[in-house]
Design a protein around this ligand. Structure first.
Ligand code: FES
Ligand SMILES: [Fe+2]
Length: 428
């Protein structure tokens, strides 16, 4: 175990080893968590929100970037910004509730007010500041860098570093799977959000293809009993599914091949829904037969994790918010599709609720096992975790990404390699 003075990037790097062994302090230690905030969450690109969460001028949502409270807002100039939720007077948060529509953010402490572009417009008893301040320079601070990919807004608290385009890299074409499942190429993350908070580390969330057939066995049994078929196959040892590393710690449980092969069954199901035949027709018209069937067979689910804080699983965008080494909030935003009937969007939402709702068949199992894992890791007579599964099966795919079997721990290893790289960097 490292002690007070041993902690530092050099020793932290030793905790994630090339041979697949990982020291559990990576998940439990407060100093490591502090380093993660400083060197990962306060530097790299984070997913903030989708533009459809703030469709109208003055719409805002409170968000968190590492330890920074921020406001995701569409200004009265129609531009979407990420502003620090911190009054320029003495630091109080100016957005008091999680979401709303405003003309101004008026600080509840002494009444300074800012417009929806962040500009300071009013100082209470302004004459006291005569000759002392330049109001032009006292707006809400914007996040140093902001970028967007097809409606998905990312931001970085570092003014320098790789561009969003470089950061996303090969992940972009996988994000397209979630967007192109709409026949108009529009998705809406504006229909609310469900969240869960668990007493476990943020890095425990998802991207593990080894556990579903065990931890979620009850769900598979239920599905096959209700005649919805067994989803075991895409997860089984012999399946065509793979774990895939897309670069920069972005990983994927790539179920696309078996799911695409199952597309006709999905088409048949859609054809029975109101608006279904039109959906299939419009998809084929826009994307061509092959791509349309690929997208429909996959339900627009890339099953992807963008390091460090975003995943797209099923039909929702998942945001991971670390609160402490052993406390994490996960927010899930179901995506509705543009250009389809309400019934089709309701079908997707019911599927989301089945697996990821508050009393569903997947998410509560995950939450429970994360808490048990966090507790188990407190037994540190031997603190090493074994993430070696499939290490010798890793290989390069034709597109340059790295793959291994669907139940291999390539995904966790690659996330932790990116984690290690960022933690080791003293400057950006
Ligand atoms: S802290 Fe905002 S007006 Fe004083
Ligand atoms: Fe799970």
């Amino acid at each position: 175990m490292f002690g007070e003075d041993k902690i530092g990037p050099a020793s932290v790097a030793d905790l994630v080893r090339d041979d697949g062994l990982v020291h559990s302090s990576v998940y439990t230690d407060q100093k490591i968590f502090d380093l993660e905030m400083e060197r990962i969450f306060h530097r790299t690109w984070l997913y903030v929100g989708h533009v459809t969460e703030v469709p109208n001028q003055g719409d805002y949502r409170r968000k968190t970037m590492g330890r920074h409270p921020v406001i995701f807002v569409r200004g009265d100039d129609d531009k979407v910004r990420v502003l620090m939720n911190r009054c320029r007077h003495r630091g109080a948060m100016v957005a008091e509730v999680d979401k709303g529509n405003v003309q101004h953010f008026r600080c509840p402490y002494h009444g300074w007010a800012y417009d929806t572009t962040g500009k300071l417009t009013t100082m209470h008893y302004e004459s006291g500041y005569k000759g002392l301040v330049d109001t032009e320079t006292l707006g809400l601070d914007p996040v140093p860098r902001i970028g967007e990919y097809r409606g998905m807004v990312f931001a970085s608290l570092s003014p320098t570093g790789r561009t969003l385009d470089e950061h996303l890299g090969a992940a972009k074409s996988r994000l397209d799977i979630a967007i192109d499942v709409s026949p108009t190429g529009d998705i809406f993350a504006s229909h609310g959000m469900n969240r869960t908070k668990y007493r476990g580390n943020w890095k425990l969330v998802g991207m593990d293809g080894y556990h579903p057939t065990v931890l979620h066995a009850s769900m598979f049994t239920l599905r096959s009993k209700s005649g919805q078929g067994s989803y075991r196959d895409p997860w089984g040892e012999g399946s065509e599914s793979v774990t895939r590393h897309l670069g920069n710690g972005h990983v994927m449980l790539d179920l696309t091949l078996p799911r695409a092969a199952n597309a006709e069954e999905q088409v048949h199901h859609y054809m029975e829904l109101p608006g279904g035949p039109e959906y299939i027709r419009d998809m084929k018209a826009r994307y061509g037969e092959e791509r349309a069937l690929f997208l429909i067979g996959n339900h627009g689910d890339p099953h992807i994790g963008l390091f460090p804080n975003m995943q797209i699983i099923g039909s929702h965008i998942r945001v991971i918010i670390p609160l402490a080494p052993g406390l994490t909030e996960v927010q899930m935003f179901p995506m509705a599709m543009g250009g389809v009937s309400d019934e089709i969007n309701q079908y997707r939402l019911r599927r989301h609720e089945f697996s990821y709702g508050p009393s569903s068949f997947v998410q509560p199992d995950d939450t429970e096992i994360f808490e048990r894992t966090q507790l188990g890791m407190m037994a540190q007579v031997n603190p090493w975790l074994n993430l070696t599964r499939g290490l010798t099966r890793e290989h390069r795919d034709t597109d340059g990404t790295t793959v291994a079997g669907i139940s291999d721990e390539l995904t966790q290893r690659q996330q932790l390699m990116e984690w290690r790289k960022l933690i080791e960097q003293e400057t950006v």
